[in-house]
Design a protein around this ligand. Structure first.
Ligand SMILES: O=C(O)C(=O)C[C@]1(C(=O)O)C=C[C@@H](O)C=C1
Length: 116
């Protein structure tokens, strides 16, 4: 059984202490919504990369693809620029995620090698 199989109630927004300025409470509520969206978006990305990992393991392809990463970084930096987000931060964020994906791919490749 995985964590995803366990029924759980909807996750409420964070509980803020009484007496904080309403503007701060409103902004924090918005931040909570954005964080929730980020978590769901990341979960979808990892679902897709897991399938990529299986495909690569089955075909004996290397877990990482530096050429693809370079193209992604170029595109992401341009998007960040357009969106008024620090491109250096955007690149670091992608690097952080991709490093985790590669770790997953390596584990899948290991499992695949271990199969009879
Ligand atoms: O596109 C791939 O080949 C992937 O394995 C996915 C991904 C990514 O997370 O975007 C991860 C590792 C690769 O080095 C490049 C990209």
């Amino acid at each position: 059984m995985t964590d995803q199989d366990v029924p759980h109630p909807p996750v409420p927004a964070t509980q803020e202490p009484a007496g904080i300025p309403p503007e701060l409470a409103r902004l924090r509520h918005s931040i909570d919504n954005i964080d929730a969206a980020l978590v769901y978006l990341l979960a979808e990305r990892f679902k897709a990369t897991k399938q990529v990992g299986v495909l690569k393991a089955q075909r004996g392809l290397p877990p990482s693809d530096p050429g693809r990463e370079e193209r992604q970084v170029t595109r992401l930096r341009a998007l960040a620029h357009e969106a008024d987000l620090d491109p250096v931060f955007a690149e670091k964020f992608l690097e952080f995620i991709v490093a985790e994906v590669i770790r997953h791919h390596e584990a899948l490749a290991q499992d695949h090698t271990g199969e009879a």
